[in-house]
Design a protein around this ligand. Structure first.
Ligand code: GDP
Ligand code: MG
Length: 167
C-alpha cells in the first residue's frame, strides 16, 4: 500500500518536529523543492508493505489572509483532494484563530482527517487531557484523535498506524 499524507497545522504546533521524528532524519527545510505542482514531497517512510509519502500543501499554513495568500488558500483545499489522509496537528493547550482557519480549509474534504494533539509531554496532570480531547472532538468528525509528543516521541506508533489504515 502506498499513499499521500498531508501534515497540516498552524505555525509552531510541531509539524516539522513530527516529520523529523517520523522519518527518523533531519529534513533540510531550506533546500526542499517542489516535486510536483500540487505538493512538495517532504519524505517517504517505508515500513513493511506500507509506503507513506509525506507532502506539504502550499497555502495551508498561512495565518494572514494577505493578497498573495488568498490564491494559495483557495488552491490549498483543492490540493488536499489529492491526498489519501490528512494529519491535522494542534497544540494540546492552545486553540487559536489560526487553528480555526486551518480547520475551515478542511471543511469540504472527504478524505479522513486524523487529529494529532501534540505536546502532551507538557501536561502535568493527566486528567486535564481528556476534557481537551473532548472539546477538540466536537470541532469536526475526525477519523482518529491521537494525543502525542513529537519531541519526546510519545505515541508516534499509534499515529503512524492510524495513517497506514487509510493508505
Ligand atoms: P511547526 O511550525 O509546526 O513546524 O513547528 P516546529 O516543529 O518547528 O515546532 C515548534 C516548537 O515546538 C519547537 O520549539 C519544537 O521544539 C516544539 N515542539 C514540537 N513538538 C513538541 C512536543 O511534542 N513537545 C514539546 N514540549 N515541544 C514540542
Ligand atoms: Mg515547520
Amino acid at each position: 500500500r502506498c499513499g499521500f499524507v498531508a501534515i497540516v497545522g498552524r505555525p509552531n504546533v510541531g509539524k516539522s518536529t513530527l516529520l523529523n521524528h517520523v522519518l527518523g532524519q533531519k529534513l533540510s527545510i531550506t533546500s526542499r523543492k517542489p516535486q510536483t505542482t500540487r505538493h512538495q514531497i517532504l519524505g517517504i517512510k517505508t515500513e513493511g508493505p506500507v509506503q507513506a509519502i509525506y507532502v506539504d500543501t502550499p497555502g495551508m499554513h498561512e495565518e494572514e489572509p494577505r493578497a498573495l495568500n488568498r490564491y494559495m488558500n483557495r488552491t490549498a483545499s483543492a490540493a488536499l483532494k489529492h491526498v489519501d489522509v490528512v494529519v491535522f496537528v494542534v497544540d494540546r493547550h492552545h486553540w487559536t484563530p489560526a487553528d480555526e482557519m486551518v480547520l475551515n480549509k478542511l471543511t469540504h474534504l472527504t478524505c479522513p482527517v486524523i487529529l494529532a494533539v501534540n505536546k502532551v509531554d507538557q501536561i502535568e496532570k493527566r486528567e486535564t487531557l481528556l476534557p481537551v480531547l473532548e472539546s477538540l472532538a466536537t470541532k469536526r468528525e475526525f477519523a482518529d484523535i491521537i494525543p502525542m509528543s513529537a519531541l519526546k516521541e510519545q505515541n508516534l506508533a499509534p499515529l503512524e498506524e492510524a495513517v497506514a489504515r487509510y493508505l
